[in-house]
Design a protein around this ligand. Structure first.
Ligand code: PGA
Length: 254
């Protein structure tokens, strides 16, 4: 299984700060071994800076944090997949909880973005996850199922199945663990990742075993190794602790 270490820089870093961090990562990582990838999800304005710093470094790639599902048009403030690729991005995040809960993106829009981005040559890290209220109400499985099913129900046959391998990864991020310092416990992560794998199995058959599932939510250098050791955890999506290059390097090294 491919292993992915993803940094989500959110709305942080000017271009010069992004260049400096990306250069530090490139220096610290050199070339990634086959089967391992590091993706930095940079703010739009800094994508090209990070991409420049990663040139010549195998397995170091850049992503956008959002995109709009249209080729071009009168969509003020939006960015197309082709524009992201032009800036140097190979990936895009869809369905991040901050987009779902702060910007009000619903499952249908997340599905459109995911499919459009895949169709237009970007790899996608599709994020799913429950709020504390949903978890406490016993709705974890139902929420994950609803979020995943929305995407796969709309997926054209040409994109689905084995065609997704190497192009789609899923990020499980319990909303209550994002930016709160409250990492989900090993049992919670193990269970949620098993549920995610089983749901993917229902939706895409045996391809499910080849789609990486990343954990995200208060990942730090001191909990990264324990999380990566869990079954069905194929990578990490790191917000706060990825802003300092050295701390993200420690997470990858763990
Ligand atoms: P965090 O963010 O690591 O700061 O909790 C994770 C994310 O939002 O992807």
């Amino acid at each position: 299984m491919q292993k992915i270490f993803a940094a989500n820089w959110k709305m942080y870093k000017t271009r010069s700060q992004a260049s400096q961090s990306a250069q530090e990562l490139a220096k610290g990582l050199g070339q990634m071994p086959a089967g391992q990838e590091v993706v930095v999800f940079a703010p739009f304005t800094a994508i090209s800076c990070a991409a420049d710093a990663f040139k010549g470094h195998a397995g170091l790639t850049v992503g956008g944090q959002n995109c709009y599902p249209a080729e071009e048009g009168a969509f003020t403030g939006e960015t197309s997949p082709a524009m992201l690729r032009d800036a140097g991005a190979a990936w895009v995040l869809t369905g991040h909880s901050e987009r779902r809960h702060i910007m009000g993106e619903d499952d249908a829009l997340v599905a459109r973005k995911t499919i459009f981005a895949l169709e237009h040559g970007l790899n996608v890290l599709l994020c799913i996850g429950e709020t504390l209220e949903q978890r406490e109400a016993g709705k974890l499985n139902a929420v994950l199922e609803r979020q995943l099913a929305a995407v796969f129900a709309a997926m054209p046959a040409s994109l689905g199945g084995a065609a997704l391998v190497g192009k789609l990864a899923v990020g499980y991020e319990p909303v209550w663990a994002i930016g709160t310092g409250k990492v989900a416990g090993p049992k919670e992560v193990l269970d949620a990742h098993a549920v995610t794998r089983a749901l993917l199995g229902k939706l895409v058959g045996e391809t499910a075993s080849r789609l990486p599932i990343l954990y995200g939510g208060s990942v730090k250098p001191n909990n990264a190794a324990g999380l990566m050791a869990l079954d069905n955890v194929d990578g990490l999506l790191v917000g706060g602790a990825s802003l300092e290059a050295q701390s993200f390097l420690q997470i990858i090294g763990a």
